[in-house]
Design a protein around this ligand. Sequence first.
Ligand code: PLP
Length: 446
Amino acid sequence: MTIKPNSVEGRDIAYQMHPNVNLRKYERDGGLVIESGEGIYVTDNNGKRYIEGLAGLWSVALGFGEKRLSDVAKAQMDKLPYYHTFSYKTHGPSVDLAELLIKLAPVPMSKVHFTSSGSEANDLACKMVWYRSNALGKKDKKKIIGRVKGYHGVTIAAGSITGLPRNHESFDLPLDRMIHTSCPSYDHFAKEGESEAQFTARILQDLEDLIEREGADTIAAFWGEPVMGAGGVMVPPDGYWEGVQKILKKHDILLVADEVICGFGRTGTMFACERFNIEPDVLVLSKQISSSYMPLSAILMNDNFYQPIADESDRLGVFGHGYTASGHPVATAVGLENVKIIMERNLVANAKALEEQFLGRLKDLAAHPLAVSSRGVGLLGALELKPFDDGQPGDAAAAAQVACEEEGLIVRNIGEALCFCPPMIITSEQVDDLFDCVARALERVA
Ligand code: PLP
């Protein structure tokens, strides 16, 4: 297709540098212009409608066009469009949302600190971990354990905790202080003939060995998504989180749960920590906190984590970190309304109720000759494909993603997998529509 120079597509190529793309390829091929959205659907500038099978970037819980969120944003814009939360200043929306998050938290939490993106929240949580170690006089206890295939964002610290080469290469990451342990995906990393229980025991031993090698006195925290998302939807085996927590406790290592994707119902409970019995010291939230209608993220911390940081700020005279947009009033007002709607409409229960159908349809598709297996939890899932005969890794998934788009479904291909994470307002009929599109797409590329 030729791209007209004065079209949106043409001007996009001329002026905008996009994230997470092969820039040269983008210059040649251009992008898809999305113009509007309603419910689980978005529409492009040619009027073609798509099911948004990834809820944007795993985030639009309420779907598109939720009027209550735009009304709240407008009302807050009119009343107080901006104010900061530096030093002794505050405002109602940030307080209201912080209070609600503390009430909803899966374990007792003491304070909430707002940021604007998942990366920023993880980056700051990392700085807080270091600040706290200094406060406790443990100057050497600074290393952070991330996991292979873990994703925590792309800023310097968060990008370093991330365990994906594509986010490290040529960016001079990871930082030396960040070390990585095994990915808990049985499907991807089990050895020939290894049972799931043996696999779990082996990767827990990997963690023990890493701590032993590095020295527990040098390690401050372990970072993990309860279910890995951007690494390709990796659901941990039974006993994994229980084992990890035992090891961390034994070695006095903090646990940071990154629920940027999992939080607010995605896995069928308000937080995945409830589903997997995880008791984190720090909980990182974003995306579905505001359905991404406004940029917003939050760090929740327990008292044991918070108190030494508060003491250190007292000693130094300041907690020397903050952003112009920390706790932004419009973002927090929208976040508050969004979380209220998730509760009022029982969307967490909806995710749980649709889980069987959602995972069942995925499992049926795994019988397709192009597919290998399926996995998922709640309304988060993946279909693993195999490369074409004589093909390259990931080529079938890439082709299937394009075919899905032609069929009117936007999904994401990660490695060999097609990943699914629809808006949480999705209905049973729409789940069927979504997977009918996938079935047709697989037929096209097979
Ligand atoms: N943490 C997790 C688990 C994520 O999935 C993401 C983004 O996908 C991030 C952090 C980074 O969030 P952001 O893109 O808002 O910086």
